[in-house]
Design a protein around this ligand. Structure first.
Ligand code: C2O
Ligand code: CU
Length: 468
C-alpha cells in the first residue's frame, strides 16, 4: 500500500444493481484523491449537524495515554478520558444538541471519537482518514450532533482502534427517551476486558445498583469488547431494546440468555422482588446485583437456550418496503492465504477479495438498500455499519417474524447468512466493518458511500490516520 491513499480509491465500486453513480469524482485508480475531492461534490467535512446556538449538553474531555488505574484499583497500560477508563458517561435527553470537546493531551498516535450506534451526520462520525484527521497531541476538536434517537450507545476512538478501544479510550452514552419508558430507574454497564481482566464499568467484583422492592429497573448493557458475550438474569425480564432501538411489544423472557454482539447493546427491564432480595444480571464478565443495599442475590447458571431476536416481540411498520429495494449488495466474508500490505498470512476476504480490494458500496440518497451478509470464514464477526440502523429481514433464509430488529452491530456467526435492509438517509462515506477490531485491522473493512459525496481525508498522510 502507498503511504497515503483515499478510501475512495480503494477497492471495487459496487452499485448493487442500481444506477451507476454519475459524479464519482474519485474513481478506482484515480491518481490523486485530494485533487479528485476538490473536483466537486459534497465534502464529508460539510455534512455537519447544521444547528447553531448553544448546546444542551456540553462535555469536555481530555484524552491521555499511559498508566491507567481502573476503578477496580488495578493498573494497566492504556488510555484515559478525564483521567479514567471508562471515560465519563455522557447523558442527553432525546432531541438535545450534544457538544463534546476533546483535547488530546498525550495519545501519541493521535485519536478521535466515534459515536457508536448514533446515526450522526457524517462530519461528526470520528473516523480518522475518512471523516477527519486524527487529533494530534496538543490538538483538540469539537463534535456536535443532535441526539435524535433515544437509546444506549457508546463512544470510542477510531484511530488505531484495535489498540485504543481495548486499551480504554471509550465511554458510554445514553439518550433518555422523550416519552417515559415505564421503568423507575436505569443503570448502564459496560463490559470490557483490560489486559485480559474482565470488568464491569472497570470493576472486577460484582457491580451493585440500589433499587427498592417492586421497582422496575432498566439495565443497559454495552459490550465494548472484541468478542460477543451473553446476558441473562436471575428473574424474568423483558428485552426493551437492541442497539439503542426499542423492541416492539417485548414479552417476558424466562430461562433464556441474550447474545450480545461486540459493540452491541441490549436493554433489559426487570423487577426488584418484593421479598427484599436482589436480582442478579449476569453477563459473562461478571454480574450486576440490583436491589436493596446489601441484599443477597443468588447466582444463576447460564441458560443453554438463546433468545431468538428474530421471533421476539411483535411486528410493526418499518417505514419503507425492503421488497422494493433500489440496490442489493453482498457482503460475503471469507478467508484465504495471501499478502496484506506485504505481510504473508491467512487474511479475511470480502466477496472473494482481500483488503484493499474490498467493496465500496455506492448508494444514492433515498435508496432502499438490501444487503446479504454471509460468513464463510470459519469465525464469528460482529458486523458494524456506521451512520445507519439496518433491519434484519432473515437469517439462513428464515424470515424475521418478531419485532423489527434494528441493529448497528450484528453478530454473524460462522456459516450464517443474514439479510438486512436500510434506508440510505444519511449521506456520507461510512465504514462497514467487523467490530472484532483486530479483524478490522486485518482487513475486514468495507465502505458505503453516497453518490456525490467525497472525502478530502487520507489514510496515512500527515496526520498518520489509521482508522482500524
Ligand atoms: Cu464502534 Cu467503526 O466502530
Ligand atoms: Cu471479525
Amino acid at each position: 500500500m502507498p503511504d497515503s491513499y483515499s478510501v475512495m480509491d480503494m477497492g471495487v465500486h459496487d452499485f448493487g444493481g442500481g444506477p451507476e453513480a454519475t459524479d464519482l469524482h474519485a474513481g478506482h485508480g484515480s491518481p490523486d484523491a485530494v485533487g479528485a475531492a476538490a473536483g466537486g461534490g459534497t465534502s464529508v467535512a460539510d455534512l455537519t449537524a447544521q444547528v447553531d446556538g448553544p448546546a444542551d449538553v456540553e462535555v469536555d474531555l481530555v484524552a491521555a495515554e499511559g498508566r491507567v488505574t481502573l476503578p477496580s484499583g488495578r493498573e494497566v497500560e492504556g488510555y484515559t478520558l478525564n483521567g479514567s477508563s471508562p471515560g465519563p458517561m455522557i447523558e442527553a435527553d432525546q432531541g438535545d444538541l450534544v457538544e463534546v470537546r476533546v483535547r488530546n493531551e498525550s495519545v501519541a498516535d493521535g485519536m478521535t471519537l466515534h459515536w457508536h450506534g448514533v446515526d450522526v451526520p457524517n462530519a461528526e462520525d470520528g473516523v480518522a482518514g475518512v471523516t477527519q484527521d486524527a487529533i494530534g497531541v496538543g490538538e483538540e476538536r469539537t463534535y456536535r450532533f443532535v441526539a435524535e434517537d433515544a437509546g444506549t450507545y457508546w463512544y470510542h476512538s477510531h484511530q488505531v482502534s484495535h489498540e485504543q478501544v481495548i486499551g480504554g479510550l471509550f465511554g458510554t452514552l445514553v439518550v433518555q427517551p422523550a416519552e417515559p419508558d415505564g421503568t423507575d430507574r436505569d443503570v448502564v454497564v459496560a463490559t470490557h476486558s483490560y489486559d485480559g481482566f474482565r470488568t464491569l464499568n472497570g470493576l472486577e467484583d460484582d457491580l451493585r445498583f440500589e433499587a427498592e422492592p417492586g421497582e422496575t429497573v432498566r439495565v443497559r448493557v454495552v459490550n465494548t469488547d472484541n468478542g460477543s458475550t451473553n446476558v441473562w438474569a436471575g428473574a424474568p425480564y423483558r428485552l426493551l431494546a437492541v442497539d439503542g432501538f426499542d423492541v416492539h411489544e417485548p414479552t417476558e423472557v424466562v430461562g433464556q440468555k441474550v447474545l450480545l454482539a461486540a459493540g452491541g447493546r441490549v436493554d433489559l427491564a426487570l423487577e426488584v422482588p418484593d421479598d427484599g432480595s436482589a436480582v442478579r444480571v449476569m453477563m459473562g464478565a461478571g454480574s450486576l446485583v440490583v436491589g436493596p443495599r446489601a441484599a443477597d442475590a443468588t447466582e444463576v447458571e447460564q441458560p443453554g437456550d438463546v433468545l431468538d431476536l428474530l421471533t421476539y416481540g411483535s411486528q410493526a411498520d418499518i417505514g419503507f418496503d425492503p421488497a422494493d429495494a433500489d440496490r442489493t449488495f453482498d457482503y460475503d466474508i471469507g478467508r484465504r492465504p495471501g499478502f496484506l500490505d506485504g505481510r504473508p498470512g491467512v487474511w479475511w476476504t470480502v466477496n472473494g477479495r482481500m483488503w484493499p480490494d474490498v467493496p465500496m458500496y455506492v448508494v444514492t440518497e433515498g435508496d432502499v438498500v438490501r444487503m446479504r451478509i454471509h460468513n464463510g470464514s470459519g469465525e464469528s464477526h460482529p458486523m458494524h455499519l456506521h451512520g445507519h440502523h439496518a433491519v434484519v429481514l432473515s437469517r439462513d433464509g428464515e424470515p424475521a417474524t418478531g419485532s423489527p430488529l434494528w441493529v448497528d452491530s450484528l453478530e454473524v456467526e460462522k456459516d450464517e447468512t443474514y439479510e438486512i435492509a436500510f434506508l440510505a438517509d444519511n449521506p456520507g462515506v461510512w465504514m462497514d466493518h467487523c467490530h472484532n477490531l483486530p479483524h478490522a485491522a486485518e482487513g475486514l473493512v468495507a465502505h458505503l458511500m453516497y453518490d456525490g459525496v467525497t472525502t478530502p481525508y487520507l489514510v496515512g498522510g500527515d496526520a498518520g490516520n489509521e482508522p482500524e
